[in-house]
Design a protein around this ligand. Sequence first.
Ligand code: ATR
Length: 281
Amino acid sequence: MNQHFAVFGMPISHSLSPRIHAAFGRQTGIALDYVAIEAGPADFATKLQAFADAGGVGANITQPLKGLAAELATTLSERAQRVGAVNTLVRSEDNRWHADNTDGTGLIRDLAMRHGLDLRERRTLIVGAGGGARGIAPALLDAGIGELFIVNRTPERADALADMLGRPGHVHARYLGDVAVLGEFDLVINATSANRGGTLAPLPRSLVGRRTAAVDLSYGEAAIPFMAWARATGCYAAIDGLGMLVEQAAESFKLWHGVRPDTNPIFTELSSHSAGLVTAD
Ligand code: ATR
């Protein structure tokens, strides 16, 4: 019998996750179905309960629900607890949700293994301090990056994330408007949701040095402006979030099924025609 999985978020209709997990299921011979369920903060708890009642055993969580999912879960992994953001739920035998976050591991695997980036001592800027930023920041620190600056439109959220990470002197929060005085970075990561319903003001060229890699956590259409900025400013690499999406999916798959699928076939298939796709996860 098929096991039931879903991804929850809003918007969700263009999500690639059902396609990715179906491909993983075929590759590993595991019978599953995986659907996209649209839910916002107001109805997520109800829809998650209905999903569980109908036999759902695992879920991915995307924006804007990553923080709320952390509150709804009964138990959290250390990495999810550290930042209060969740992208994976696993239902336990006693019908409770255990929460984890595979975004950070997914990003590191994509950058280090697929793109061959050595992250150690890389001076890093994260633009944004929402659920996406919180999911990746601890993994970047664990991967040995150099100084980390977090800039956000709402400065209090950058402060809160820096406090959560707990590495004073190594992690700094700044206001987005002051980004021009921060110097050059080896890694510039767009973790805002700006292009999914707004516009991120162009970042200054002064951030870019000889070996700057620019990374967008979004992919497809949502990543186009930031990827264009990266190319126009001469970044050494411009990497969108498709690889991270596939890698975090594989990590979630492993949590649910105990086996990590090969991500290369589906990454190749999706990257050949991803430019018209719009949502993350
Ligand atoms: P996600 O889970 O995708 O991170 P989120 O938790 O809603 O979604 O966070 C969205 C992030 O994008 C926040 O850092 C947000 O900035 P604020 O904290 O100031 O709201 C940022 N963001 C969204 N639209 C933006 C815009 N037009 N310019 C700059 N930052 C923006």
